[in-house]
Design a protein around this ligand. Structure first.
Ligand code: UDP
Length: 310
């Protein structure tokens, strides 16, 4: 296959480039580099099966080659990023997705979009099944991302129904691993960077809010399987191992040997979900997929990466 990966030099996009190349496919990575970084794909430059195009996909996308699949991962994805880039976040979810779907239609390519657990908002149903329609405040600070992704899902289903584009929707829950940006503001890089510098970890609120952290290789495996599967409905990909942010902070301090402890900060963004856990029944039955990497193993790899970057 020849595959276009939008957001191809971002955290997840670059790992997907690696995986598709390792499977023998040809990859075109596209990124405008507002949150992506060419460092993530530097090791691929010179590979004859790989090409990078710097382009903002909210503008018309031109690709001269035939394409078999488009993996649409371009978007700011950290709450801090989409607070700083609210209009870009909305535009890439709306106009960027429209352009990417138009390209899929023109090329007769499969289309897979990165959606998110954020479409469930601050959920009133727990764990979150794909049938749950969510609890999102459209004009809240996180709404720019949540609504962009909800619109992107709607547009994807519309292209599937109206134009018969062969589409996939993956709803990604919190994912971590090497190549996350040190300063992207999310809890994993924040805590690891603080711990490696011997600082106390900044827990926002009382730390009772929960997340379920998945290691990046599990996500990549889920995405790869979903593209091969004949399945057009949304599918959750995440690790159901839910924990409080306070327990996560303790886990990071333990894994790094940091003795500086924890400080509590009143910095929760309005609408910060209190609970989050994927129900992965659908992924188990449709994709025969489930996460394999434990938090202990995943943290070790991620800490080693951040140690090099710092
Ligand atoms: N958080 C925290 N300390 C930090 C950064 C984040 O306690 O330094 C909390 C944040 O309030 C949220 C959770 O960690 O409840 C996960 O935040 P993140 O930004 O990683 O992503 P989210 O899952 O909210 O999209």
């Amino acid at each position: 296959m020849r595959v276009l990966i939008t957001g191809g030099s971002g955290f997840l996009g670059s790992h997907l480039c690696d995986r598709f190349l390792a499977e023998g496919h040809t990859v075109i990575a596209m990124d405008n580099l507002i949150t992506g970084n060419t460092r993530n794909i530097a090791h691929l430059i010179g590979n004859p099966s790989f090409k990078f195009i710097q382009h903002d996909i909210t503008n018309y996308i031109y690709v001269k080659e035939a394409l078999d699949a488009i993996i649409h991962f371009a978007s700011p994805a950290s709450p801090i990023d989409y607070l700083k880039l609210p209009i870009q976040t909305l535009k890439v979810g709306a106009l960027g997705t429209h352009n990417a779907l138009g390209l899929a239609l023109a090329k007769g390519a499969k289309f897979l979009i990165a959606s998110t657990s954020e479409i469930y908002g601050d959920p009133l149903e727990h764990p979150q099944q794909e049938s749950y329609s969510g609890n999102v405040d459209p004009i809240g600070p996180r709404g720019v991302y949540d609504e962009a992704k909800r619109y992107a899902e709607a547009l994807t289903m519309a292209y599937h129904n109206a134009h018969r584009v062969d589409t996939r929707i993956v709803r990604i829950f919190n994912t971590y691993g090497p190549r996350m940006r040190l300063a992207d503001g999310r809890v994993v890089p924040n805590f690891i960077a603080q711990a490696l510098q011997g600082q106390p970890l900044t827990v926002y609120g009382d730390g009772s809010q929960t997340r379920s952290f998945q290691y990046v290789s599990d996500l990549v495996e889920g995405v790869y399987r979903l593209l091969q599967a004949d399945y057009n409905q949304p599918i959750n990909i995440g690790n159901p191992a839910e924990m409080s942010i306070l327990d996560f902070a303790h886990a990071v301090n333990e894994a790094t040997g940091n003795t500086a402890g924890i400080v509590f900060r009143n910095e929760r963004i309005k609408g910060d979900p209190q609970i989050r856990q994927p129900d992965i029944t659908r992924a188990r039955s449709v994709l025969h997929w489930e996460p394999k990497v434990t938090l202990r193993e995943g943290l070790k790899e991620t800490i080693n990466y951040f140690r090099e970057v710092l």
